[in-house]
Write a protein that binds this ligand. Structure first.
Ligand SMILES: [Zn+2]
Ligand SMILES: [Zn+2]
Length: 287
């Protein structure tokens, strides 16, 4: 059995193994070195957030049983995509894949904030009143499906090695759980780490109820895109202990931290003032 067949046959166990392992480490770390006290009970949030993960996993399996790795293998067999048509050493192809797919995730994340319709879906991720390891995995099923389609398009254009796709998926899942964790890192270590990876303090800024802060630090994995595209913000104005997490006006735990409320969240209310074409300020000329 070659490596690609092995990855395809074991994709679920590889990803589930890393997910459970890293989830466990971060959950224990949060108990011993928390960054902030939690507002809501773990029981309510964890039940809802983890149920959403299970639901999303089932939906993805039903819609796309071969998943991203299956498409990468098909692209390789058919010689689709850039990397299947130019000679690049394997290791370099893996690095290119991780960097390019991460850039796409960054751009997609900016788009989910900028386009009012997409923001409705993405606000499920932001509406969590607390910020911990389970926040990193809570996304509305429609956002998960859209993300998967964007990933498929990227794979078709890029033609990445199958092994690079599974590495990227495991890495993104792991860093997302790490940087959403409610853990306290020594500040000096955070400063060094955030040169190469998005840290919890860096991404927490993105979950602030303050709009200027929430429109910063879009990176999930590599921290460089925010610096390159000038969306980087070092720290929250109010400090990590005092900053408020969530979306202004969405304070009811039954709505934002209960599964039924979370699933309905994209469909309620008017589009907030948050998105790019809904800001209320005007020029003094009335322009
Ligand atoms: Zn966001
Ligand atoms: Zn986040």
């Amino acid at each position: 059995m070659n490596i690609n067949d092995w990855i395809l046959a074991n994709e679920i166990s590889i990803r589930l193994g890393f997910f459970i392992g890293i989830f466990g480490i971060m959950a224990v770390w949060e108990v011993f070195k928390p960054r902030r006290p939690l507002k809501l009970s773990r029981q309510l949030r964890w039940t809802s957030n983890i149920s959403l993960v299970v639901l999303n996993t089932l939906i993805l399996r039903l819609l796309f049983p071969a998943a991203a790795v299956g498409l990468a293998l098909l692209a390789q067999e058919r010689q689709w995509g850039v990397l299947n048509n130019v000679f690049v050493p394997d290791l370099i192809a893996v690095v290119i894949t991780v960097v390019v797919m991460d850039l796409v995730i960054y751009l997609q994340h900016v788009m989910f904030h900028a386009v009012p319709l997409f923001w409705r879906l993405h606000r499920v991720h932001h509406a969590d009143i607390d910020y911990d390891v389970t926040t990193g995995a809570r996304f509305h099923p429609l956002e998960i499906i859209l993300s998967m389609l964007i990933k498929f398009a990227t794979i078709l254009v890029l033609g990445p090695p199958v092994v690079a796709v599974i590495i990227f998926e495991v890495l993104l899942n792991a860093t997302s759980m790490f940087n959403h964790s409610n853990v306290r890192l020594p500040l000096a270590l955070d400063r060094i780490l955030r040169l190469i990876i998005v840290t919890p303090d860096m991404h927490r800024v993105h979950h602030s109820i303050e709009v200027d802060e929430a429109n910063s630090n879009f990176g999930f994995n590599l921290p460089w895109w925010d610096r390159l595209f000038a969306t980087y913000r070092d720290q929250p104005h109010a400090g990590h202990e005092n900053m408020e997490i969530g979306i202004r006006g969405f304070n009811d735990p039954d709505q934002v931290d209960k599964l039924s409320g979370m699933l309905l969240l994209p469909f309620i209310g008017s589009i907030s003032e948050y998105a790019i074409n809904r800001r209320t300020w005007r020029n003094s000329d009335g322009d």
